[in-house]
Design a protein around this ligand. Structure first.
Ligand SMILES: [Zn+2]
Ligand SMILES: [Zn+2]
Length: 272
């Protein structure tokens, strides 16, 4: 399983020089599993991933959405494969929005008020599929197993546990923890993972002022990873108020506390 980070920032993109060591684009992670492409989230890193996929001739693309906040969807309309015939784009997300289907949500991002090209005029074959969070499903005729878990985040958010070729990746971004009460369901979901990508938006010092905003800290991520016997944790979804100096200091604290912790950076590739 090859993993590449195309966007690691939370909340809003940060196109300034003092954000570029870790990266300014928002949530988007590419997985290549047995030659198949799976994308976690459609944040502002996604257009550049799209260009890369076009160059490589990848035509069958599965997108797993954690949720539909702007920082996780902002790159979709600029992801060129959706406009090009011969591409099949399958978007899967949890049905967390009352009567709205996943296709309704994607169409909303492309209404005439928001975007010049509407959903019905996309050139690719778009397939939108909803599931109920907590359900598990397979991809690619069972080569990849996916388990889903509901995170604590405004309007809901989904964590994905992706198992393939004997490796386990957990994508757990946008989750607020309760201080002093580890989320044991999430610990089980993360059990024995080779890599956990975790929401480390805030420092412990700032977290109390952000109660209800739906985010976590490296400290909680390390605690959960240790309880779950996970091997490594990628810090992810950095606050747009934290420049490289601030993030670097948090990363130094995290890696000193647990050698399994490291910083996700835009452009970084990992093979499990
Ligand atoms: Zn977010
Ligand atoms: Zn969010």
């Amino acid at each position: 399983m090859r993993i590449k980070f195309w966007g690691v920032r939370g909340s809003v993109s940060c196109a300034y020089p003092d954000f570029l060591e870790f990266g300014g684009n928002t949530s988007c992670v590419e997985l290549e599993i047995m030659g198949r492409t799976v994308i976690l989230d459609a944040g502002t890193g996604m257009p550049w991933l799209g260009n890369d996929l076009l160059k490589r001739g990848v035509r069958d693309i599965t997108i797993l959405m954690s949720h539909f906040h702007n920082d996780h969807t902002g790159g979709l309309n600029y992801f060129k494969p959706i406009y090009i015939p011969g591409h099949t784009i399958t978007i899967k997300a949890a049905l967390n929005y009352g009567e709205l289907t996943i296709e309704d949500l994607i169409r909303h991002h492309m209404t005439a008020e928001l975007h010049p090209v509407q959903y019905e005029h996309l050139g690719s074959t778009m397939i939108c599929q909803g599931f109920h969070v907590g359900e598990a499903f397979d991809l690619f005729d069972g080569d990849v197993q996916v388990k889903t878990f509901a995170l604590n985040h405004p309007a809901g958010c989904t964590s994905y546990r992706i198992e393939a070729e004997g490796k386990v990746l957990v994508f757990a971004t946008d989750t607020e923890h309760t201080p002093g009460a580890p989320n044991m369901g999430l610990v089980e979901h993360m059990r024995d993972a080779d890599l956990v990508i975790y929401d480390t938006t805030y420092s412990e010092a700032e977290l109390p002022s952000k109660a209800g905003w739906g985010h976590s800290t490296w400290n909680e991520g390390v605690k959960l990873c240790k309880m779950a016997n996970a091997k490594r944790m990628a810090m992810f979804h950095y606050s747009p108020d934290y420049n490289d100096d601030t993030v670097r200091a948090l990363v130094a604290e995290a890696t000193a506390a647990w050698p399994g912790a490291f910083a996700a950076k835009e452009g970084m590739e990992i093979t499990l």
